[in-house]
Design a protein. Structure first.
Length: 191
């Protein structure tokens, strides 16, 4: 079973990996021989003449980026929103509430399995579902109870992992779009 701390670290790593894929690199322009550069050099400027250079702004990069850049920005926004949502909702206190643990332990130690089961019945926490599965098998052998609780814990961990897998998918797809597909698309549009 994956602990909540490990789960949070995985979300953070997925966020960092997916954000890193959004930055694209451009190839350096080919260098020319020295003679040709001197022949193509602009004439010397006179006093008071101003050189106008093309300034690369964010808006020009967005316009030149095309549809792929808009998709990558969408991935970035979705990743940011999902990461913030997961950091706010996936907490150890939410899946294993301290008060619930104390009440469940006291009821089980007192032998009130029916009361502990009823307490678990209306709750959605991971611990409540694992405890409910174990209490449901209370008349069986120890290994049957343990197997039921482990399988319920695996189902809960899989549900938590499923939430984070969307961040992983974006982290895998975004670099492919930015680094591999955009040069191919640009090459097709030029030819």
């Amino acid at each position: 079973m994956i602990s909540i701390g490990v789960l949070r670290r995985m979300v953070l790593v997925a966020l960092v990996v997916s954000a890193g894929g959004v930055w694209a690199q451009e190839a350096a322009p080919p260098t020319e021989p020295a003679e040709r550069v001197e022949a193509d050099a602009p004439p010397a400027l006179g006093v008071g003449e101003v050189v106008r250079t093309h300034q690369l702004t964010l808006w020009t990069m967005i316009k030149q980026g095309g549809a792929i850049l808009w998709v990558l920005m969408g991935f970035g926004f979705v990743t940011l929103v999902m990461a913030i949502y997961f950091f706010l909702t996936i907490k150890p206190g939410r899946e294993v509430p301290v008060n619930f643990v104390k009440r469940a332990q006291s009821q089980i130690r007192a032998g009130d399995l029916r009361g502990a089961y009823q307490m678990c019945e209306g709750r959605e926490e991971l611990l409540a579902s694992v405890l409910r599965a174990g209490i449901r098998m209370s008349g069986h052998d120890r290994y049957v109870i343990q197997e039921a609780m482990e399988s319920e814990g695996e189902r809960g961990a899989t549900a938590l992992w499923q939430k984070i897998s969307y961040l992983h998918n974006i982290g895998v797809i975004a670099p492919l779009l930015g680094g591999r597909l955009s040069p191919l698309i640009r090459q097709k549009t030029l030819s």
